[in-house]
Design a protein around this ligand. Sequence first.
Ligand SMILES: *Cc1c(COP(=O)(O)O)cnc(C)c1O
Length: 247
Amino acid sequence: MIDLAAPADVVRLRAAHEAIHRRIQAACLRSGRDPAGIELVAVSKTVPPEVLRAAVAAGLALLGENRVQEALEKVGAVPGARWHMIGHLQANKAARALELFDEVESLDSLRLAQRLNHLIETRLAHRRPVRCAPGPLPVYLQVNVDDDPAKGGFGVAEIARELPEMAALPHLELRGLMTVGRLSEAPELSRLTFVRLRELSARLRAVEPRLGAGLSMGMTDDFEIAVEEGSTLLRIGRAIFGDRPST
Ligand SMILES: *Cc1c(COP(=O)(O)O)cnc(C)c1O
């Protein structure tokens, strides 16, 4: 059965998309930025494929998932979408992730980087498919700039130490850094986290120019602050799709 997107979902998601775009534009105006330099990932975890088909029809074709298993159940059911991995990737799911995701935003260890690089190399040698476009896999290095035990990612000292080795891996393209803002009631607290990520990026790029300038930061509660502080990639779920069922 071909289950097309429901028109009501398309209308609702188009309105949500436009509302977010207006808020991004206003934040750009405040901070003297060009909205063309900011990409939006619609975080689609827990959202069913029929709603995601409507999202694609509403112009939200870049989707983000945090679990390989969930992506596996959805990717084939949402034609025309591109997919970013935004959650912790377990080593034993890395091969599967290469078949599902166009980019990995949550690369959080040197070992995982080496594993992805090796998997891509052997797949190229055996002409097995990978999902991303020809050329290296685009990745962001997730950094826990606040040293928050509740969050994953490289420590600041660790990434400085391991960056040259990762930058030398031929099948990965280091697009930039990624972080998660303060998980608190007060979005303004995320500003310091975002400033720290931006400054870390500048310091690292001064010694390792193969690290790209991308900054993936900003979610539903703090994306306007992230735009003001230089984000190039927003990961927004609830402001588009509504609240997720509590787990
Ligand atoms: C769920 C999630 C998001 C989106 O969060 P919202 O608050 O729904 O916008 C962004 N980034 C990561 C890593 C996530 O897990």
